[in-house]
Design a protein around this ligand. Structure first.
Ligand SMILES: *Cc1c(COP(=O)(O)O)cnc(C)c1O
Length: 456
């Protein structure tokens, strides 16, 4: 088929009269539709001028209407598009990890839309510390002597190494030189921090004596990194935290542990932060938006004198969390203390019993069918995601759709408002109910029914 030429581009006045475009005008003011339409056609003109070969269908009114709608929606979005997560992956990093509890989201909204005592001591009327809103809660929940919160766990690890180990050696097992999602690699973070990496042991086995032999006058710390997103099985050996703590303290150096996923209560085989602190770690770092189920944050827990040093470090100023994060995290922690962990959506989803999920999936199947969407009930295996519980398949339930063009159906759903993301497996589009939040089911059914009719 011959590529599109300039003169194949439809005239604006003709396009505007097309029923597909007329439909847009019911959703957006006519002026804005006209502007977006003009931009869409202009965009095509420029692409042809650059020598791009556009397919003839590109100028079909339906395709132009679709491109125009994307443009209109984009300008209309308030930043991020709401996504219904039907993947079954609870801590989906690309979809924003943990969804906040409604009260935590409200706390963030309140903090954002007004003034607060962020750094204000109401008793004296003088300057206070933003960390005070969190430190008491964290000390109580984690049993830590002191706490400091920064923007994310990568920042927490960086601040700790930079402040406590720069210019000296940090000893770490070769089995723990891990990569967490592309840009966070322990050896790189260590190098950037100015600390000198001293690797010991082998990929699968590291002994206590390997650490013992590595320590000398240049050693600042032993670092233990939790293998968050993978598990080693077979002929492996990892030294327990208690032993490393004892060794470090005997030699007058620090024992640091990067816990990453950081559960506050027992979830699967993940170590809890309390246990790691009790093992004798001087400093523990963890994420706020993984198993804890709060906003993006890096939580540093441990010895009072060390935390005070981190707080005084010039780098801390560049990593400090903002008021909305503090409000959302404080409220999430308060929920653990006052309402129990089931009040935290991520925890609730991770722990949802299969019977409850099956009932929800049956209800969803009924609603889908009533909306004209043919689908089946399926047993699924969900995942925690976010580099947590990598070996734990979460038995789950959902519905499966088949369609002539599954990829196109999924694409339409992703582009919708709200967007819907499921997963395609074995010639079916699957929606796992575990991660569909309360109140989202109606929107999901509506979105699927609309996309499905176009695609059936
Ligand atoms: C996830 C993770 C990090 C990075 O945490 P972010 O909150 O994503 O910055 C660092 N270390 C470990 C062990 C992790 O699991």
């Amino acid at each position: 088929m011959a590529p599109l030429r300039m003169r194949d581009l439809p005239a604006l006045h003709r396009l505007i009269a097309a029923p597909e475009i007329e439909e847009l005008a019911q959703r957006y003011p006519r002026e804005r539709v006209r502007d977006a339409l003009r931009e869409t056609v202009e965009d095509m003109r420029q692409r042809i001028a650059r020598g791009e070969a556009l397919a003839a269908e590109t100028v079909a009114p339906a395709r132009i209407a679709e491109a125009t709608l994307r443009r209109l929606d984009y300008l209309d979005d308030d930043g991020l598009r709401h996504v219904i997560n039907a993947t079954g992956v609870v801590l989906h990093t690309n979809l924003g990890r943990a969804p906040l509890a409604p009260s935590a989201a409200q706390a963030a909204a309140r903090a954002g839309s007004g003034y607060s005592d962020l750094e204000f001591d109401r008793e004296s009327g003088r300057r206070g510390s933003r960390q005070d809103h969190l430190e008491g809660l964290l000390r109580r929940l984690a049993g830590a002597p002191a706490a400091l919160v920064v923007n994310n766990n990568a920042a927490a690890v960086f601040l700790v190494l930079r402040t406590l180990a720069a210019g000296r050696e940090t000893v770490i097992s070769r089995g723990e030189l891990v990569e967490i999602g592309g840009s966070f690699r322990i050896p790189d973070v260590l190098r950037e921090s100015g600390s000198i990496l001293h690797e010991v042991g082998t990929t699968n086995r590291t002994h206590l004596r390997d650490y013992e032999q590595a320590i000398d006058a240049d050693t600042a710390a032993l670092l233990r990194v939790h293998p968050s997103n993978f598990r080693q099985i077979g002929f492996t050996l990892r030294v327990e935290g208690e032993e490393l703590a004892a060794l470090a303290h005997d030699r007058g150096i620090l024992f640091l542990e990067d816990l990453g996923s950081g559960a506050l209560t027992t979830l699967g085989d993940e170590p809890t932060v309390q246990r790691v602190l009790a093992s004798g770690a001087d400093i523990v770092t963890m994420s706020g938006d993984k198993l804890l189920g709060g906003p993006q944050a890096g939580i540093i827990l441990g010895r009072e004198d060390l935390v005070a040093e981190l707080r005084r470090a010039p780098l801390y100023r560049a990593l400090r969390p903002d008021k909305m994060t503090i409000a959302a995290l404080a409220e999430t922690l308060r929920l653990y203390l006052m309402d129990g962990r089931d009040a935290v959506p991520a925890v609730r989803m991770l722990e949802a019993p299969a019977v409850t999920l099956k009932a929800a999936a049956m209800r969803l199947r009924g609603r889908m069918r009533r909306a004209g969407v043919a689908c089946e009930l399926v047993a699924l295996a969900g995942r925690a995601g976010g580099g947590s519980l990598p070996e734990t398949a979460l038995p789950s339930w959902g519905v499966a759709l088949s369609a002539a063009d599954l990829e196109e159906l999924h694409r339409r759903l992703r582009l919708g408002r709200p967007a819907v993301v499921g997963r395609i497996e074995d010639d079916h589009l699957l929606f796992d109910v575990r991660t569909i939040l309360p109140g989202e089911e109606g929107d999901l059914v509506q979105a699927v029914a609309a996309a499905y009719t176009l695609n059936a």
